[in-house]
Design a protein around this ligand. Structure first.
Ligand SMILES: *Cc1c(COP(=O)(O)O)cnc(C)c1O
Length: 365
């Protein structure tokens, strides 16, 4: 029996009736782009995150791009971020011909090491973009303090951390702009691509809304250059249902994560949650020395695994032009060789968890 890495099928079976009804509503209304479903979802999201403005958009990547555009990031500007993340984080910076400036991670949290940020600030620095990797936030107070001192912005890449808390505040409500993704396998996922931005500032809110709709405020009146970055109403319908159940899912994720921690802590290096954080385990990621043979052994026993991420961004071919070399970010490089994500979703049963743990015990013996 193969355990699903992320169990979207059990989730669908559980919410099927509600989801079908909501999607059917959209089909009957023929309002497929923006409209009421999107507006009410945005209200629900703003309430959930406790942020004045929630703006849905076409993907997590586009949320990050829109955030940079809203902050007027231009060619030659520098954005400080982590090399140990999904490509999208730095990709959008480079797309605007701005420059990703990498700072190594902290080995406990896998997130950007706030203590090393200030060394890399230059007159060209426009923003810091911390990533809440695997589902827990960075040291946001320290990062916000540095940003304030240098009069720059902070964009949280919360694609993996929706629902997580930092000092009792929700991820995406912690900085100038918070961005998340509703890619199907993220903690809150839709049935296609989707994303959202959160901000306090009314002007940023208005600008982001224009940017994601071809720079228009009124129809066919384009004041700025924008993109087609809207969320579909059908995706909003799916998200509306899933958001209703999201708190209980987050609770289950945390229970499963803690049970994994307890059963695995003497066997492998388990993930650490910083004391000011709650973790949503978008990925439950351990560290293991001989990863290849270990993963092969698990896979043979019906346990799927994944590596997030095998190559840090500064060593990716696409970023060769930045001139970084091996050894520049030793923690990111070491960790990228050892991380391994295990099956995780709110629907992973006790039996399935035990199968994973027993397979790990066998693989180690
Ligand atoms: C998934 C992800 C993104 C991109 O989100 P999409 O919705 O797939 O575009 C960006 N950053 C991180 C850290 C991610 O995990």
């Amino acid at each position: 029996m193969q355990i699903p890495f992320i169990d979207l099928k059990s989730q669908y079976n559980l919410y099927k009736k509600e989801i079908k009804k909501e999607i059917d509503d959209v089909l009957e209304s023929t309002q497929f782009i923006m409209g009421k479903k999107v507006t009410t979802l945005e209200e629900d999201l703003a309430n959930y995150v406790n942020s004045p403005h929630a703006i849905t958009c076409s993907s997590g990547t586009d949320a990050l791009l829109l955030a940079l555009l809203a902050l007027d990031v231009k060619a030659g500007d520098e954005i400080i971020t982590t090399p140990f993340t999904f490509i999208a984080t730095a990709e959008v910076i480079a797309l605007l011909r701005a420059k990703p400036v990498f700072v190594d991670i902290d080995e406990e949290s896998f997130n950007i090491d706030a203590r090393q940020i200030e060394n890399t600030i230059s007159p060209k620095t426009k923003a810091i973009m911390p990533v809440s990797l695997y589902g827990q936030c960075s040291n946001m107070d320290a990062i916000n303090a540095i940003a304030k001192k240098h009069n720059i912005s902070v964009i949280e890449d919360g694609a993996q951390s929706f629902g997580a808390e930092y000092k009792n505040k929700k991820s995406c409500s912690l900085s100038t702009i918070g961005c998340t993704s509703f890619f199907p396998s993220k903690p809150l996922g839709c049935y296609g691509d989707g994303g959202a931005l959160f901000c306090e500032d009314e002007k940023l809110n208005a600008k982001i809304r224009m940017l994601l709709n071809h720079g228009q405020d009124k129809r066919y009146q384009h004041d700025i250059i924008g993109i087609n970055g809207r969320l579909d109403a059908i995706q909003a319908a799916v998200l509306k249902v899933k958001l209703k159940h999201f708190d209980s899912e987050v609770k289950k994720r945390q229970e499963i994560g803690q049970r994994y921690n307890h059963l695995l802590e003497n066997l492998v290096q388990t993930p650490q949650t910083s004391p000011q954080n709650t973790h949503v385990y978008a990925q439950y990621t351990i560290r293991i020395k001989n990863r290849k043979t270990f993963a092969k052994s698990l896979n043979e026993k019906g346990i799927p695994t994944a590596v997030h991420y095998p190559i840090p961004l500064h060593l990716q071919k696409a970023f060769e032009y930045l001139g970084y070399k091996e050894g520049d970010f030793p923690i990111s490089e070491r960790v990228s060789k050892e991380v391994l994500s295990l099956p995780m979703s709110p629907f992973l049963s006790l039996d399935q968890q035990d199968l994973v743990v027993n397979a790990i015990k066998k693989a180690l013996s």
